[in-house]
Design a protein around this ligand. Structure first.
Ligand code: K7E
Ligand code: CUA
Length: 675
């Protein structure tokens, strides 16, 4: 630990946030109470609450005092699993600040309940060309968020946008960090599913997403999956081009690289020396597809036979040139470099990796690729310099059955460290150490990298292990996958939480454990239950890098971030009828809707433009017509439009859903639908 009890007792300044422990609380009469060496009131309270000295130290290291938000030096952006959202939390407080609505309707933010700004985003995300959606159950009302990716400039987070993939449907979303709202959901052609292939290139030129379960290339021949798997199934590595002004993904400038039908899993972007490359782990190079009732081995057996699977090394800068040269095919609206072309042009190489690998994570200097093999107790550390040399000298072990050159394993490995059972994901600190999660051991292992961080005996060594509770998946060190990590803290994202929290039913929360990295040994600081979804990957960013707006400029439509032509100024109100369309321009402010009564005829199309004219941060109003399933949240300055057919007659209550003023309950109105 970085602070001794004596320092604490003396009231030393601790922690990155400059927390100072006052002498008053810890000094005083110097009587020792109970089991604790802490004196005075603190000792007394600690003894009464059954806290040990280290508990108190951990509490002091993580406590954020009321009114001092800057004491949370970092923010976490955690995936929400099949809740479909993103969770935003402070570090070290570990307090939940926000759930960003992404793939799943979210009533508090009015996401997916009638406002054009969210309905259009959600509708656009269910329209992939060639995509199949059941006509009887057409709504994609949820997603499975796994891998968030903050935008980067020069390999550092720039606080502009965050992208996240939908494991369930092969979609990707963009959240604008100016207002923390989802601006785009893109249903990627040729992807049925995705998993860990989501990352941003080091200058946010592209956000990458790949298939997990491969895609059937001819939808009309479902049974050919069984009879002809190798030929009809394909994976795709997708580079979605990012518009540098809006952050939106642009299909016309994007491209895909066709891959063998392995299961493409975690991936990472090259950085610095390896910029221009992408690395994708794969498993199931056996191409098993289950069929336990039909005499074939179940997936878990069929996919675990090989001692080595194949890391995909993709030269995407070269792929850009191949696209420029016109060597692509248009498949379902996407430019695709076919597998044989990718091989012939040198875009794709493989290197063997043991054994059913999961995470691949590129070190801050860009030279090391740390791979956790789920069924191998080592972290295998590839050297990018070695990989490049092997590619250049055509140092191949063989050609894969799809013709892809396979580099020699021994030529590409820089080091291997025995870390424990079930290694998955690696993060980095600012001192040349990697931290890898051990799923089976329920532990985190700390190991050293090679040159330029450590050399000789000191390189590639296991230096510390810390038990976590229980079943750790991902972990995140502060800015731990950028070119300049902060170190300081590590968060272990544990899947189970038995024994850690009061029992809250049969479905238990997961457990985020905060770990102090400032000392020689890792030290567990706190447990935090996660009661919303199942987080997978998390990224962390220095709080000061986020420059979110607090109020929209008056009349802003969040979709365009520009003045909405239908915004009204303070107090403006108007209703117009054209044929069977009734259009209203409504001002929303403390504490009324103007107008507050709408007269329409059954069957009319109703369009309401709502402008919240407030200029005070936090002065959010809601606009709900509950029986029409309309629920809009209007932040200060925001303009939104709702549109629907008034197909049920009656007097329908409208009301403001946010407690906005003393007369909030009076902020209501009527929509009168007559026959
Ligand atoms: Cu390991 Cu989806 Cu990154 Cu879960 S994944 S843990
Ligand atoms: Cu506006 Cu309550």
């Amino acid at each position: 630990m970085s602070i001794t009890r004596r320092e604490l007792l003396q009231g030393a300044a601790i922690g990155g946030a400059g927390l100072v422990v006052g002498k008053v609380a810890f000094g005083g009469d110097a009587t020792t109470t109970g089991d604790t060496a802490l004196s005075g009131d603190v000792g007394k309270i600690a003894a009464e609450r059954g806290l040990l000295d280290e508990d108190v130290i951990h509490a002091v290291k993580t406590f954020v005092a009321p009114g001092k938000p800057s004491m949370d030096s970092h923010l976490l952006f955690a995936s929400g699993g099949h809740s479909g959202q993103i969770l935003v939390m402070g570090v070290p407080s570990m307090k939940l600040m926000k759930v960003i609505a992404v793939f799943t309707p979210e009533p508090w933010q009015g996401h997916g309940y009638g406002a054009d700004s969210s309905d259009l985003v959600m509708a656009a995300g269910t329209s992939a060309e060639g995509g199949a959606v059941s006509a009887s159950r057409p709504k994609l009302g949820w997603g499975d968020t796994h891998h968030p990716a903050l935008s980067e400039t020069g390999g550092e987070y720039d606080g502009r946008w965050i992208y996240i993939n939908d494991r369930a449907n092969g979609r990707i979303a963009m959240v604008d960090l100016r207002d923390f709202k989802t601006k785009q959901i893109f249903d990627v052609p040729n992807l049925e599913t995705s998993h860990g292939g989501c990352f941003v290139t080091q200058n946010s030129d592209y956000v990458h997403i790949s298939t997990m379960q491969p895609t059937l290339t001819d939808r009309s021949k479902a049974e050919s999956l069984i009879t002809d798997y190798k030929n009809v199934m394909r994976g795709y590595s997708t580079f979605m081009a990012i518009n540098q002004t809006t952050g939106r993904m642009e299909q016309e400038r994007s491209f895909q690289i066709e891959l063998p039908p392995y299961t493409q899993d975690l991936a990472d972007s090259g950085k610095l020396v390896s910029d221009g490359y992408a690395f994708i782990n794969s498993f199931n190079t056996e191409m098993a597809f289950g069929g336990n009732m039909e005499g074939r081995p179940p997936m878990e057996v069929g996919a675990s036979k090989n001692d080595f699977d194949m890391m995909h090394i993709i030269n995407w800068k070269l792929a850009e040139q191949v696209i420029k040269d016109g060597k692509f095919e248009m498949i379902n609206g996407m430019r695709v470099i076919r597998l044989d072309v990718a091989v012939a042009e040198g875009v794709l190489h493989f290197v063997p990796e043991p054994k059913s690998p999961h995470g691949v994570d590129v070190s801050p200097d860009g030279n090391y690729l740390c791979v956790g093999g789920k069924l191998d107790p080592h972290v295998t550390i590839f050297g990018f310099d070695k990989i490049l040399a092997a590619i250049e000298s055509k140092d191949y072990e063989k050609l894969d059955e799809f013709g892809v050159p396979v580099l020699k394993f021994d030529s590409c490995v820089a080091g291997r460290v025995e870390v424990g059972l079930g290694p998955l994901h690696t993060q980095y600190d600012d001192k040349g150490y990697g931290y890898i999660s051990l799923f089976l051991d329920s532990a985190v292992a700390k190991f050293s990298l090679g040159e330029p961080y450590f050399s000789g005996e000191e390189a590639f060594k296991l230096v510390d292990t810390l038990k976590v509770n229980y079943n750790v998946g991902h972990l995140v060190a502060m800015e731990g996958d950028t070119v300049k990590p902060d170190g300081k803290y590590l968060v272990a994202l544990n899947k189970w939480s038995i024994d850690r929290f009061p029992v809250v039913g049969t479905l238990k929360p997961q457990n985020f454990q905060l770990i102090d990295l400032t000392g020689e040994k890792m030290e567990l600081l706190s447990d935090t239950p996660i009661g919303i979804g199942e987080p997978h990957y998390v990224q962390s960013i220095r709080t000061e890098r986020i420059k979110s707006w607090e109020v929209y400029p008056a009349g802003t439509n969040p979709l365009t971030m520009e003045l909405d032509p239908n915004a009204v100024a303070d107090g403006g109100q108007r209703v117009e009828r054209t044929g069977t369309t009734v259009e209203a321009w409504m001002t929303v402010m403390r504490s009324q809707f103007m107008p507050d009564t709408l007269h329409v005829t059954k069957g009319d199309k109703v369009i309401v433009h709502l402008t919240n004219v407030e200029e005070t941060p936090d002065a959010t109003h809601g606009f709900a017509i509950p029986r029409y399933n309309i629920n809009v949240s209007l932040d200060p300055g925001e303009c939104a439009t709702v549109e629907f057919i008034a197909d049920a007659e009656g007097a329908f209550a409208m009301y403001c859903t946010e407690f906005c003023s003393a007369l909030h309950l009076e902020m209501q109105g009527w929509m009168l639908v007559s026959v």
